[in-house]
Design a protein around this ligand. Structure first.
Ligand code: CTP
Length: 401
């Protein structure tokens, strides 16, 4: 059993800490909570205690706590310290080395790995002070998950939402799996290429065509494969997702760059094509910025097809990975279209998802997929994208044995 010391600081996202504790307990980990004074405005010590089945620590100078378990002992007893939610205030205290309550004192005293899940208003997150604090913490080896982009409690939109509990639990799992165990994982010694995110196709040096892919599913798959011991090359289009733990990342912009990076990363045992690659690029992309000509008509964009990266890498040949996985995002005739794609692109698996607007899947935290192979169709329940990633990684491990 691994032990997580969870520090809950004061933000509206503190309620999500309850779900995180439940997930960690379900995974067999022990959880001890430290609740800050402000955190106590959002969740009660009793809820944390009921879910963690452990005493909750709140006060720095509590005699019983010092005799039972002092602040040094709290971090000594943990394998990992997690701050979720991590407010701008606690991140600033960590960066400055302040120790004026139990949470900040534990964070200053610990020599254990620390993971923070920031949660705050978008302008507080983007403030140069917070960004400088994050850079300081990253340079000291503090791991960060999120924040996500989306609608916030304060009626604003942008980066600042705390990552969802399943994503934080997956990051915790990766950090708790020691490299030695990862080496013994079912994918150890295997190389897997994963594509993720959108591509940007230039119109001129300052404009481009893109799509709404967040990279969330592809990045989660890369992380899940690494957690099973694979050496993962993640080839990502422009995204604001943090790099998954233990993965080597190549950043690209256009489809042609993505294909070149995939070819350069070969040979591989498996390849997963989760990127939303632009099907077309601008044929007449301009070398210089296109200027408005007073009175002239708007310029016309001629589009030409991009290379199909999945089909190119999956084509029979000495360098073809043994297991090739593609995605199919469909709004109509999901299974028929996905099955046709399996054959047309010479893939071994197609992960098919229904992206009709009413499913709310596009850009969301969950995915409902069917896994299609020559053996037939498997329908998976609606799951967090991290859970879909873990299942797929397990299937890839099976497929390679
Ligand atoms: N893909 C790729 N290179 C492209 C286009 C797609 O590697 N130029 C991959 C994607 O990463 C994904 C699969 O192919 O794994 C999706 O195939 P695609 O033909 O683009 O299908 P959809 O976008 O799902 O739908 P449509 O067929 O309607 O375009």
């Amino acid at each position: 059993m691994k032990r997580v010391l969870l520090i809950v600081s004061g933000g509206i996202a503190a309620f999500k800490a309850l779900e995180l504790i439940r997930l960690l307990r379900k995974a067999g980990h022990g959880v001890t909570c430290v609740l800050t004074d402000n955190g106590g405005q959002f969740v009660t010590p009793l809820s944390l205690q009921a879910l963690s089945e452990n005493k909750v620590y709140t006060a720095l100078f509590s005699l019983t706590d010092e005799s039972e378990m002092g602040h040094i002992q709290l971090s000594r007893a943990a394998d990992l310290v997690v701050v979720a939610p991590a407010t701008a205030n606690i991140l600033a205290k960590m960066a400055a080395g302040l120790a004026d309550d139990l949470a900040s004192t534990v964070l200053l005293a610990t020599d254990k790995p620390v993971l923070v899940a920031p949660a705050m208003n978008v302008r507080m997150w983007l403030h140069p002070a917070t960004q400088a604090n994050m850079a300081t913490l990253a340079a000291r080896g503090v791991r960060v998950i999120g924040p996500d982009e989306g609608a916030m409690a304060c009626n604003e939109f942008g980066p600042g939402r705390m990552s969802e509990p399943p994503a934080i639990a997956a990051a915790i799992e990766a950090l708790l799996t020691p490299p030695a165990e990862r080496l013994a994982g079912p994918l150890s010694g295997r190389h897997v290429i994963v594509t993720s995110g959108p591509t940007h196709e230039p119109i001129d040096p300052v404009r481009y065509i893109a799509n709404r892919s967040s990279g969330r599913q592809g990045h989660a798959i890369a992380g899940a494969l690494a957690a099973l011991g694979a050496r993962v090359t993640l080839i990502s289009g422009p995204v604001s997702m943090p790099d998954p733990a233990g993965v080597s990342v190549t950043r690209v912009e256009s489809a042609r760059e993505m294909l070149a990076a995939c070819q350069a990363a070969l040979p591989a045992d498996a390849a997963v094509f989760a990127a939303a690659v632009a099907d077309w690029r601008v044929a007449n992309a301009a070398e210089g910025k296109i200027k408005k000509q007073p009175g002239a008509a708007a310029p016309a964009l001629a589009l030409i097809p991009n290379p199909d990266i999945l089909a190119t890498i999956a084509a029979a040949g000495p360098n073809r990975p043994r297991l090739v996985v593609g995605f199919a995002a469909e709004t109509d005739d999901l299974l028929a279209n996905a099955q046709a794609k399996l054959v047309r692109k010479n893939a071994d698996f197609i992960v098919a998802n229904d992206v009709s607007p009413e499913t709310g899947i596009m850009g969301g935290a969950e995915n409902a997929v069917h896994l299609i192979s020559a053996a037939g169709v498997e329908t998976w329940p609606r799951l967090a994208k991290e859970a879909v990633a873990a299942r797929l990684a397990a299937r890839i491990a099976e497929g390679l044995t």
